[in-house]
Every structure is written in C-alpha cells, then in structure tokens.
Design a protein. Structure first.
Lengths: 440, 457
C-alpha cells in the first residue's frame, strides 16, 4: 500500500469534506523498432498522484507527476481559499459507499519485470517471425510495464493492486506493401509476441499484386485491429458524461433500443485479468464488474461514475473516472466464421487488416471516416486478388453496427497506438459498407 | 548525453452551458535523460528528483541502451552543432500565473452568455467550453555544452457546440490558442466569434442544401487550408518519417530522401513555411529540445520539396545541419521531430476577387471531420460552414460536403490565394508514447480547380 497515499489523505482530511487520493507507481520499458533495429530504448520510473477534493459542493481534481507531498499539500490547501469564490460543480456527488476491496489477482506476471533489463530476445523473436514470412524490414514496439495502484478516500475505502502489461506491435514491409499486427496482455507470452511478427509478415506478403476498386458499397471484413479501433470510439462515446454533453452517438438512444444487428455485442471487462486494462476498483472505490454496453444489438449500459449515475437516477457502473467515466477492457463477441474461410465467405469484397485516423463529423449522429493502412485486399470469387491501396470507410456508427452480419470464432487481444483500451476482438463481416478514395 | 528538467503546470476549467463541470489542476515535473551508448540510443525519465533516483534513471538509460546495442546494424550518430547557451521567456502583459480559476470560470460564462438566446430556429443542445492555462519551464543541458533555459506560458480556449433542427444536427469545435498572457482573451473575443459562427451554422443547419453532384470550382477557407498544409506538407516533410522511424505509429511519408530538391509536388503558388519563431504563436520556441537554434524553413517552395524538418540524428543521416525541430511534450518524452507553426504563404487577392468569376462553385470555410493516409497523400475534409458560390457571390449554405483529394492534386491546383493569412491552434500527436504538442497551422483562403464533392452516407 502506498505510504504516500496515506500521508496525503492524513494531511488533507478535515480540511475538505471529501478527499480521495489515487497513487499510481509505474515502471516501464519500451523498445521502439525502426528498419528492423532499435531506434531507442525508453524507460520510465514514475509516480502519478491524483486528488479529488470536495468542499461545500465544489469539486477539484488535481493531477501531479511529482513525489513531493509537501508541495502537493500546500497546493491543495491553496484550493481551499478558492472554495467560496467558485460555484458548485454540476458533477459533484458524494462519494459512494465504499466497495469491498478485492484486488484482482492474476494480473501480475513476475516474468514481465525480469524481462525489462534485457528485452533483446523478445524483440528478436518478433522481428524474426516477420522476416521469416518474407518481409524485408520491420518496425514496431515492445512495451513492458509494472504498475501498482492505490486508492484511499475519506469514506474509508483503501485498496491496492498490482499488475503487469505487455504490449507488442509490429509493422512489416515488403516493397510497397505492409502488414501490421498487435497484442496486449498482462502476461508475457513469447508465442503471442512471435505471432505478432508472423501475422504482420503474413499480411505484408500475402500477395504482391495490386487491384483497383472504385468508390462504392462493398462487403467488407474488418480485422480485430480495425474492430478494436472503431469499438474504442464507440466505448468512448458510451461514457455518460459524453452522452450528457451531446458528444455521443448514444445521446439519441434510450437503454434497450437497438443500435446494431443481432451479431453485435460489446462488453466492458474490468475483471478479465488477462487484458491490460484490468482493475478491481474504480476511482471512486466502487468494485468493478463486467457489463454489456451493447448486447445482441441492443444498448444495455452507459458507463457511469457516481455523479453521472445520480443525474440519471441510476447506480454507478464502476467506471469512474472522477470526471469522465471510462471503459477498462473491451470484448466484442465472437461468431461462427473460421478465419481461413473469410475470403470464401465474403466471396466478393474487401478485407481491411488495419486502419488509422478515425475522425467524426458529428458524434451525435455518429458520422465518421477512417483510412486503411497496410493490407487492404480485394477478394473476387473467394480469392484474394490484390492490394487495393489506401481506402476509406466513410459511414456512420449506427449504419456500420446494423450492417455487421458475421464474426470470426477466433478473437485476438489487441492493444496498440490506435487501440488504447485493450480489446478482445474477432474479424467482423460488414455488408454494404461505403468505401471512398480520391478521384483526383 | 542530454538531461532535461521540465515542469508543465496549470489548470483546466470546463463548463457545460452555464454550469461548472470540472476544475483540473495539473503538474508534471521531472527529468528526462538521453544517452548515446555504443551507437544505441537510450532514454529514461523519472519524476522523483532525488539524486539517487536520477542516477537510477541514468543507469536504466545506459544499461538498457547498451544491452540492445547488439541489435543495431549501424550506430546512431548525431550531427555536430554549436549548441545554444541561452535563457529566454515569453513576454506576458497579464501573467497567466495571476489568472485565477474564478477568472477562467467568468471568461467561459461570458462566452455562454454571448451565445445563449442567439439561436432561434435550431436548438442549442450544449455548449461545452474549456479553458486551459499551461505554463512550461525547461532547463536542458547537453554533454557538448548546450544550456537552454526557457519559460513558455500558453492559453487555450475551446468551444464545442451541438445544434439540433428537426432530424438534423451539427457539431462544431471553435478553438483559440497562443503563447502569452491573459491579454490574449481580449484579442480573441471568443464570445463574439462563437456567437457569429453559431448563427452562421444555424443557417447551414436549417437552410443547408445537399452539395452539388457535378465537379465544381471551389474555394477553401484558411482554416481548412491550414489543416491541409499541416497534414500534407508538414508531416510528410518530417525527416524521421521519411526515414521510417515512425513507420509503425504515425506512418511514413510519400517523400523519399532522394526527392528533396528534385520533386515538384505543386505549382508556383505552393510555398509552405514552418516557423517556430513567430512571436506569440502556439508552437513558439527559440531553441529546440536538443539546444539547436530554431529558424524558419521552407518545406515546399514554389511547388518543390525544399527542406525537411530535422533533429540531430536525421541531420547526420542527410549530411546536413539540424534545423532545430526536436520537441518534447513533457519530461517523460524523448525529443522527436515536430512541427511548430506551419502555413501556406498568402497571395495578393482580396477574398471577393477569388470568387468573382466563379459562375457556380463551392466555398468551404470550416470543417469537423478530416483524415489522411499514413504516407500523407490521400486526404479527406468534411465541410461545416459551407456555401454555394453563384455568379461570383456566396449564396445558399451547404450541408456536409465531403472533399477527397491527393496531396499533389491540392498543391498543383492552387489557382489563387488571398492576402488574409490566419492561424489556428491544434495539438499535434506523434511518437510512442504519443506526444501531443501545441502547433499553429494556417494559410490564406485559396481558390482551387474543379473537384467532385461527396456526401455523408
């Protein structure tokens, strides 16, 4: 248990109506790869401290990356002078009854910590697997992290849990073509890291032909990386505060209403200790629990902290965020398709293996576009015909979700630059999806 | 070796309509150490400032760089530079450190008062306003004699609005950002600008027509032009991207090393400048985070790929001197090549002259959705405040025109530029872990050739 958290709580309780102290101690290592060799090895030894201070309905959030308790207490005390001069926050609600402290077990893998001092072998395994597929060069990162999180508050909650995480992603190149894969876990699994390289290499080398398509509607298969990215945006919009602000596609729906096809289920899985976002308690001391956000196409939960829940006359869903409720880990339901059968099932269409730069025109309506990167493959008569280059999925979330007609049986645990909330995702088959690209 | 003490502090206040949502005070203070060992680059950061922990960080940077050096085929080397030894501060008439939280709440409340009641036919569902004060102090020392101490205060205001009318809706983010003091708020008049813009957007929402289906001449407003040059001249001219260092994250570039000074991407109007030294700018600095003096650079000059952005590593590989583009987000970030303030140079027309001989065309003034592929070639912008141009004048508003073009199409199809150079703030993301740094992007209003416009589906 962090001594610092207790020192801060003791120094500030009595001065404010409520005090919460969240301390995260983090040690991590990242090897960044460039042209099949490390461009830099980065290490961090950090303590981050967050305080939630409430006084007479006024609410302050203080974030520090500094280990100096005297400075932090002094700074917090200055806030007191402001209390009467600032209006009450619309998001102030009393801290909830403290939940049970039941820290997750199984999210800490000691082998992650021991690999930090020399990750060379892991890096070599990943790059060798990509090169063995015929790739010419590999970029990517391997990140190993150890985190200890402590929460104490004046309602009497105190809990600490430790976890590790491994994030590996690789982008392999052969000529003008590339492939990408990613993996995220709390555990070190050399087979999974090798698989990142192998799949990246496979996608880069699956064909050396080019194919052309015109803008239009296509049956599209999106990979777990693409599904992970798009469902991250969806889960971000499932935060109750985003809904309140109108910056959410969920703002125009009620719980229980349909937003997608029967095939679509999305869960928040904080209790899954294999995924790196696992957390046993939220920032308000509520015990976390797994929950559906969308179940068989119907909206089942908006993610709440205590303040947003009270506004909606609901209970917290254990997703605090003192200001913004947020998801922990995401899981998209599997289906019946076998990965190797995807080209024959889609018959005619496009397989998009990776994407980036998803942006929305309108969060309320859910209009967005996202650009393919790496292998985007034209399938004709069940055979891969060639790379179509960079194309854009340009549609709306309700339309996309309603057009999902199938999912693969296998799922992959992905986490990378474009998938920040770790996501277990299958390949998804989406019918009649608008694809665009410039005419000029 | 280089050591950088960096202290980023300030606060952010958010109001939803007239209600205070949150006050978030932040301080990120620590030391980042970078070492070059046996041709391998190591970086370590800590926010524990005890001598013991600083040594521990140094040891991590050193031992881990050394441990992975055997994986390098060729050693990393830095260009020889004459590093700066200076101290500088951004001047403030009204220091941000004296601007209190209640002043911020009042400023945001005034913006809401300026816009509430002004929207008559549509419904103003929410106006979420953010004010961020960000003070940045740095002290950088390098083993080859660099010593740069700086203080940069920055102010940002964002206004995010949602308008509803019947079954239509529209959302807009209006942003103000610069370095300097609280006097910036008077210069910006954020309430007045938000009111004017929301009134115009209400017209677009209520009366907007579908975009024309045929190819039309179009004029792009300076806000969109600024974003286009940031995305399609700034990013592809970052030398680390050109060499593939960001390949697995923000991507590579259509530009290859042998194209510099040879390849023509646009016509004589296509001149793009990158300049960190613009006083008061959001991306302002005088020395970069490798202690190299900053200066303006031409990225594209009259259509020619002219000078990439360099740090000391890429400068060495290109056989040139660094042009001072290494920046960091905070103490925990390695210095990487970043833009600062990027703009298309203005022309000498008035706006009215740009459109006076267009019989039927489109003017896109602002945007919400945009993206570009990871080689920085195929790009899309969806207009927000947009108008049909009819017989040389702005006519009825247009809803959500989607523009897609390539980099060469844009720079080769500039017909004319007006003289109104405007800048817009942004937070540019790059690197792993992702680093967001403040930038300006800008340009004049630009008349382009004919293009087919898409619709949202």
């Amino acid at each position: 248990m962090s001594e610092l958290a207790h020192v801060l709580l003791k120094s500030l309780q009595g001065k404010f109506d409520e005090v919460s102290v969240l301390v995260e101690e983090r040690s991590s290592l990242m090897v960044k790869l460039w042209n099949t060799e490390p461009s830099i090895v980065q290490s961090w030894l950090q303590t981050s401290i967050r305080l939630r201070l409430a006084k007479s309905g006024r609410l302050w959030i203080l974030s520090y990356e500094s280990k100096d308790p005297i400075y932090i207490v002094k700074n917090a005390e200055e806030i007191l002078k402001l209390a009467s001069r600032v209006e009450e926050s619309e998001l102030h609600a009393p801290l909830p009854e403290p939940g049970r402290c039941s820290p997750l077990t199984g999210a800490f893998d000691p082998s992650v910590e021991s690999a930090m001092n020399d990750p060379s072998r892991l890096v070599e395994e990943m790059t060798s697997a990509a090169l063995s597929q015929g790739a010419e060069r590999v970029a990517g990162t391997l990140t190993l992290t150890k985190t200890s999180t402590t929460l104490v508050n004046t309602r009497g909650f105190e809990c600490n849990e430790a976890k590790t995480s491994v994030e590996a992603y690789a982008r392999a190149f052969r000529g003008e073509f590339s492939g990408h894969w990613a993996h995220g876990s709390t555990r070190l699994d050399i087979v999974a890291i090798r698989e990142v390289g192998r799949r990246a290499g496979y996608c880069a080398t699956i064909t050396s032909k080019k194919a052309d398509i015109s803008p239009g509607e296509y049956n599209v298969v999106i990979s777990p990386l693409v599904a992970g990215n798009l469902f991250n945006y969806l889960a971000f919009m499932a935060s109750a505060l985003r809904v309140l602000m109108g910056f959410s596609v969920f703002a125009k729906y009620k719980l229980g209403e349909r937003i997608g096809s029967e095939v679509v289920s999305l869960h928040d899985r904080p209790r899954d200790t294999t995924l790196p976002g696992a957390r046993g308690f939220d920032d308000e001391g509520v015990e976390t629990f797994d929950k559906p956000i969308i179940e068989k196409g119907l909206i089942r939960s908006i993610l709440h902290n205590n303040a947003t829940a009270l506004k909606s006359q609901l209970k917290s869903t254990g997703n605090a965020g003192w200001v913004y409720p947020r998801p922990w880990n995401l899981e998209i339901s599997e289906g019946e398709l076998r990965e190797e059968e995807i080209p024959s099932v889609i018959r005619n269409g496009v397989i998009i293996t990776n994407n980036w730069y998803t942006r929305l025109q309108n969060y309320y309506e859910g209009y967005f576009s996202t650009v393919s990167r790496d292998a985007a493959l034209l399938v004709r008569n069940g055979e891969i015909e060639g790379h179509v280059g960079k194309v854009r999925i340009a549609t709306s979330f309700p339309r996309l979700l309603s057009s999902i007609v199938g999912a693969s049986r296998s799922r992959h645990d992905v986490s990378w630059w474009e998938v920040r909330v770790p996501t277990r995702a299958p390949f998804l088959l989406v019918e009649n999806t608008p694809l665009t690209k410039p005419e000029a | 070796m280089e050591a950088r003490f960096q202290d980023d502090y300030g606060y952010e206040v958010v109001l939803r309509n007239n209600k205070l949502t949150s006050i978030d005070t932040f301080r990120r203070r620590g030391v980042g150490i970078r070492v070059l060992v046996d041709g391998s680059l190591g970086f370590a950061a800590t926010n524990s400032l005890s001598i013991e922990d600083l040594y521990k960080a140094l040891e991590s940077a050193y031992t881990r760089a050394k441990a992975t050096s055997r994986l390098r085929k060729s050693p990393i080397e830095f260009s020889e530079e004459r590093p700066g030894r200076v101290k500088y501060r951004v001047a403030e008439k009204r220091p941000l450190q004296d601007f209190k939280v209640e002043d911020a709440v009042n400023t945001l409340s005034e913006i809401y008062r300026a816009v509430e009641g002004e929207i008559r036919e549509a419904r103003l569902v929410s106006v979420v306003k953010t004010l961020t004060l960000h003070m940045q102090e740095k002290l950088i020392v390098t083993s080859d004699g660099g010593y740069v101490e700086s203080y940069t205060p920055r102010l940002f205001i964002g206004v995010n609005s949602t308008l509803l009318y019947q079954d239509r809706s529209l959302q807009r983010s209006i942003e103000f950002g610069a370095s300097g003091g609280a006097e910036l708020i008077d210069e910006w008049s954020p309430g007045v600008k938000a009111r004017e813009e929301l009134r115009n957007l209400e017209r677009v929402l209520v009366k907007g027509v579908a975009p024309p289906s045929e190819k039309v001449d179009f004029v792009l407003g300076s806000e969109v032009v600024g974003l286009v040059v940031h995305e399609s001249s700034g990013h592809p001219m970052e030398a680390d991207r050109i060499l593939g260092r960001e390949a697995a994250q923000a991507g590579e570039s259509y530009v290859k090393p042998d194209m510099i000074g040879r390849f023509r991407v646009g016509n004589e109007h296509a001149t793009v400048v990158e300049d960190p030294t613009i006083p008061g700018s959001y991306g302002f600095y005088l020395y970069d985070d490798e202690c190299v003096r900053a200066r303006p650079r031409y990225l594209y000059r009259e259509g020619l790929l002219y000078e990439p952005l360099h740090n000391r590593h890429t400068a060495r590989l290109f056989g040139v001197s660094s042009n001072g583009a290494a920046r960091t987000m905070n103490y925990a970030s390695e210095p990487i090549i970043r833009m600062s303030n990027t703009y298309l140079t203005p022309g000498d027309y008035e706006f009215e002259e740009l459109i006076e001989d267009i019989d039927f065309g489109l003017f896109v003034k602002s945007y919400m959705e945009w993206n570009i592929d990871d080689a920085r070639w195929n790009q899309r912008y969806v207009g927000l405040e947009s108008y049909i141009i009819r017989k040389g004048e702005l006519a009825e508003p247009v809803l959500n025109p989607a523009l897609e073009f390539t980099t060469s199409w844009f720079y080769s199809n500039i017909v004319a530029k007006d003289r109104n150079l405007e800048f817009y703030p942004g937070t540019c993301g790059k690197g792993e872990p992702s680093q967001g740094v403040p930038v300006w992007f800008g340009g004049p209003n630009v008349r382009l050739g004919k293009l087919r416009v898409g619709v949202l589906r």
